[in-house]
Design a protein around this ligand. Structure first.
Ligand code: 5AD
Ligand code: FES
Length: 349
């Protein structure tokens, strides 16, 4: 136990561990160790961001996807998914509604939908930028060439979310079709950084074949990339995917890694994800108490919310945008934090 406490102290002091140390720490975690980790993580969080929790309005604008990731409910081969694509006017009106609710960051997320060409997506960004000069625009729309990423940036996008999913090349190929590679994914992230985006990456906890050694590689990659945001959440099986019978990732390990990430990258923006709220009724609150400082209530129109299903039992599919916002605010206040609608740029710029 003391040996592992020492590793946590080292992580806090040096903001890094070796791959070996990460694997040892992850394997030997315990409730006592987590408690200690979370108290240090909260200290760091408070030192950097006080009791502020940032709200981002999430608009899931298309669930068409040309990819076929084995874990994902909107993968191309899932014929059972009801597909939708929001038009530009609808997306703009989601932003207007969100602005009225106080949001100053819009996160536009979709599958890799071929109908949203580079020109069309850039135009959309331009229209949002024109209507909301004071807001941050975050894209989360998969892999593109560096030139396309630059076009979106020039159109007014500020941030980009693209999870690396797993740092290990062979693990990546167990979760994805042969057309996708870990190397290409990482190159996209370096390109985004180079262009000047605030970049978010991340991975799922408890994916099939994941081991502490593989998680160690993920932690080391996070340190190397030094992103402004890190999104992690439990893997949750989706009934119409090849991983339907695989067990979900646990709350316990997800919280542990949230705490570790807060200690390693103290200034990072770290969401308590919807997936975390899905595997446990207080998952998001527990995430905040382990070091997370962002929540992303859904701004998608109610008519399509139940169709953006990456995994089973997703929460908040029946609520209005205002309901989700109020619900989260109450939950956050109840644990002694406050929601902030400011743009909330990372301190890690
Ligand atoms: N369970 C949890 N998270 C998932 N994602 C995709 N499918 C699932 C699933 N079944 C995550 C991926 C992706 C992000 C948008 O959602 O990490 O990058
Ligand atoms: Fe959507 Fe609670 S956050 S209903």
């Amino acid at each position: 136990m003391d040996r592992y406490i020492t590793l946590i102290d080292k992580l806090k002091k040096e903001r890094a561990l070796s791959a070996k140390e990460w694997a040892v720490l992850i394997k030997n975690r315990s409730p006592k160790l987590s408690e200690y980790l979370f108290s240090l993580a909260r200290e760091e969080q408070e030192r950097c961001y006080g009791k502020d929790i940032f709200l981002r309005g999430l608009i899931e604008f298309s669930n068409y996807c040309k990819n076929d990731c084995l874990y994902c409910g909107i993968r191309r081969s899932n014929r059972a998914a009801r597909r939708y694509r929001l038009d530009e006017d609808t997306i703009l009106s989601c932003c207007h509604e969100g602005y009225g609710l106080g949001f100053r960051t819009f996160v536009l997320q979709s599958g890799e939908d071929a109908a949203f060409t580079e020109a069309r997506l850039a135009n959309l960004v331009r229209r949002i930028r024109k209507d909301f000069p004071d807001c941050a625009i975050t894209l989360s729309a998969g892999e593109w060439s560096k030139a396309s990423y630059r076009t979106f940036f020039d159109a007014g996008a500020n941030r980009y979310l693209l999870r690396h999913e797993t740092r290990n090349d062979s693990h990546y190929s167990m979760l994805h079709p042969p057309s996708l590679s870990a190397k290409k994914r990482r190159q996209c992230l370096w390109n985004l950084k180079d262009i000047g985006y605030q970049v978010g990456t991340g991975f799922m906890i408890g994916t099939p074949y994941q081991t502490p050694e593989l998680l160690a590689e993920d932690m080391i990659f996070l340190k190397e990339l030094n992103p402004q945001m890190v999104g992690i959440g439990p893997f949750i099986p989706h009934r119409d995917t090849p991983f339907k019978n695989e067990p979900a990732g646990t709350l316990e390990l997800t919280l542990f890694l949230l705490g570790c990430i807060r200690l390693m990258l103290p200034k990072v923006l770290l969401p308590a994800t919807t997936a975390l709220g899905t595997i446990h009724p207080e998952g998001r609150e527990l995430g905040i108490l382990a070091g997370a400082n962002v929540v992303m209530p859904n701004l998608s129109p109610k008519s399509v919310r139940g169709d953006y299903l990456l995994y089973d039992n997703k929460i908040c599919t029946g609520e209005e945008s205002a309901q989700c916002r109020d619900c989260l605010e109450k939950r956050i206040n109840a644990i002694g934090y406050r929601t902030v609608t400011a743009r909330g740029d990372s301190l890690n710029l």
